[in-house]
Design a binder for this molecule. Structure first.
Ligand SMILES: O=C[C@H](O)[C@H](O)[C@H](O)COP(=O)(O)O
Length: 233
C-alpha cells in the first residue's frame, strides 16, 4: 500500500468531517495520514474535538494541536476514521495489526458512524489470510491460548498456529491496556460471526480483532484518488 493511496483515502475521509463533530481517531499508518490532514484543517479553523484509540495517536494529535476530549466525558462520537488489516464484501474487518484493537473497538462500536480508510490490497473475498489478533489478559495466558486452540478445533479449524506476539526485546508485547496479543494464523475464517461469538466466551480473552457489523463504509485510496464502498442497508 503506497503512502499516496493512504493519504488519498485520508483526504477523502476528511470530506465527511463537519464543524462541531466529536471524532474518533484510529491507529496505524493509514490513520496517521488522516490525523496529519485533520491537523492542517484544525489549524485553518475546523472546530472538532477528538478521542483517540491509542497512546501513539493521542501523542500525534496533541503534537498537531488537535483538541482532545476525555473519553469518559466525551459526548456522542459522531464519526470514527480508522484503518484495517482486511475487509470483506460485507465490510467485516480484521483489525489489530498494530495491537490497538481493544480501544479501537470500544470507540468504533460507540460511534454514530465508522469509516475505514485503506487500499485495495486489504480487500479479500474471505477474512483470515491476515492473522487474527486476539487481546488476552496476561494472567494464565497459556491456559487461554490452549482454550483458543481447543475451540478452533471444535469449530473444525484444524492445525492453526496461535502465536504470542513479541516485542522488539523478545518478550510478550504489551498493549496500551496492559494485555498481550495472540495471533491466530487461520488462513481462512469460514464463519466470522461464529468465531467471534465463541472467542467472546473464552475467559481471558479481552477482545478479538473481528469487527463485524461495525464499519459503515470503506474508503479505498488509489494513486489518483479514492473510491467509497458504503454498507448496504
Ligand atoms: O491495531 C492497529 C489497527 O487495527 C490498524 O488500524 C490496522 O492494523 C491497519 O494499520 P495500517 O493502516 O498501518 O495498515
Amino acid at each position: 500500500m503506497s503512502d499516496i493511496a493512504k493519504r488519498n483515502a485520508a483526504i477523502e475521509a476528511l470530506k465527511l468531517v463537519e464543524d462541531g463533530m466529536t471524532l474518533g481517531l484510529g491507529t496505524g499508518s493509514t490513520a496517521a495520514f488522516f490525523v496529519e490532514e485533520l491537523g492542517k484543517k484544525v489549524q485553518l479553523g475546523l472546530d472538532v474535538i477528538c478521542v483517540s484509540t491509542s497512546e501513539v495517536t493521542e501523542a500525534q494529535a496533541r503534537s498537531l494541536n488537535i483538541p482532545m476530549a476525555d473519553l469518559d466525558t466525551a459526548p456522542t462520537i459522531h464519526l470514527t476514521i480508522d484503518g484495517a488489516d482486511e475487509f470483506d464484501p460485507e465490510l467485516r474487518l480484521i483489525k489489530g495489526g498494530g495491537a490497538a484493537l481493544l480501544r479501537e473497538k470500544i470507540i468504533a462500536d460507540s460511534s454514530d458512524m465508522m469509516v475505514v480508510i485503506t487500499d485495495a490490497s486489504k480487500q479479500v473475498a474471505q477474512l483470515g489470510a491476515f492473522p487474527l489478533p486476539v487481546e488476552v489478559n496476561p494472567f494464565g495466558m497459556a491456559l487461554t491460548k490452549a482454550r483458543i486452540e481447543e475451540t478452533l478445533e471444535i469449530l473444525g479449524m484444524y492445525g492453526i498456529h496461535v502465536n504470542v506476539r513479541l516485542n522488539e526485546g523478545g518478550g510478550p508485547l504489551l498493549t496500551d491496556g496492559g494485555h498481550h496479543i495472540l495471533d491466530l494464523h487461520c488462513k481462512a475464517i469460514p464463519d466470522p460471526d461464529m468465531l467471534g461469538a465463541v472467542l467472546d466466551q473464552i475467559p481471558g480473552v479481552v477482545e478479538h480483532g473481528l469487527f463485524l457489523d461495525i464499519a459503515d463504509a470503506v474508503i479505498i485510496g488509489t494513486e489518483t484518488g479514492a473510491e467509497t464502498i458504503a454498507r448496504e442497508e
